[in-house]
Write a protein of this length. Sequence first.
Length: 86
Amino acid sequence: MSAVTQARRGEFDDDEHDPEGVTLSSQWSMLAGLLETARAERRRVEAAQARLADGTFGTCATCGAPIPLAQLEARPWRERCVACAR
Ligand SMILES: [Zn+2]
């Protein structure tokens, strides 16, 4: 269990005592959002690694055209060309 989880489950549950301050609840929500963002990025990177392994990396999954290098440089996990991603 992380220190943040312990603090969240512990004696600091009543975190509304300072109405001017940032509450533990809001910090927890922000951290949960960051964690989910990081997990989603990891899934995209792992999917890109799988496409590298099976030879489909850099090919649009929708139209089959090569994805321009500039688009891959901007987002290496890109699965579709910009036109198809719209
Ligand atoms: Zn496409």
